[in-house]
Write a protein that binds this ligand. Structure first.
Ligand SMILES: Nc1ncnc2c1ncn2[C@@H]1O[C@H](COP(=O)(O)OP(=O)(O)OP(=O)(O)O)[C@@H](O)[C@H]1O
Length: 182
């Protein structure tokens, strides 16, 4: 089963998926690393210092990787995961906390503002609703990486056992950070 782990940069996709890779031995595809390593991009946007992902190439490459694996759970970790996986978990972080995390990471003021604005406006959530069959949301604000990992484990384990009715706490809709748009 392919599960996408998406979210605005800094919400914790990489940190939490690394933890789960070790703890649960789930296969995790760190898509942004794969894009860089295998040049799965059309061009480099110099102004934004970012690679422009080639979604067609990415889908082809992922199909090859996934078809060769018999893992029960494959986590696709990337802010692009909701364009690819049908089942999606979105990590959220309230704008003031996200700002701190991105500051610690040395992001420019412009990049911080762009990201916290996107988070406050639910940009990824809206995109996920458009593209995915099933969407879960975890608010990581005030949580540790371990606690966020436990939330993901709960979602995945309940999907695997067919007990999704017990996942109502992760249904999107309770987050409202519109007043926190910078
Ligand atoms: N509850 C939490 N869950 C995840 N990360 C957290 C949490 N609390 C604090 N953090 C911190 O937030 C930062 C998240 O960075 P990380 O690279 O994992 O995010 P990301 O979503 O993968 O970003 P990117 O899309 O740029 O790769 C890390 O420094 C991590 O230690």
């Amino acid at each position: 089963m392919l599960i996408g782990l998406t979210g605005t940069p800094g919400t914790g996709k990489t940190s939490v998926s690394r933890l789960l890779e070790k703890k649960r031995h789930w296969k995790v595809i760190h898509l942004n690393d794969l894009i860089k390593e295998e040049h799965l991009y059309t061009e480099i946007d110099e102004k934004r210092d970012a690679a422009v992902a080639d979604m067609e190439l990415i889908r082809e490459r992922l199909a090859e990787i996934i078809n060769g694996k018999d893992n029960k759970v494959i986590i696709l970790e990337s802010h692009l995961a909701h364009y690819i996986a049908d089942i999606i978990i979105i990590l959220r972080a309230c704008p003031p906390e996200l700002k701190m995390r991105l500051k610690t990471r040395g992001y420019s003021e412009e990049k911080i503002r762009e990201n916290i604005e996107a988070e406050a406006l639910d940009v990824i959530l809206v995109e996920a609703f458009e593209w995915c069959k099933k969407v879960f949301e975890i608010d990581t604000t005030g949580k540790s990486i371990e606690e966020t990992g436990q939330d993901i484990e709960k979602i995945v384990d309940h999907i695997l056992s067919g007990n999704e009715e017990e996942l109502s706490e992760y249904e999107p809709g309770s987050i409202d950070w519109i007043d926190l748009v910078p």
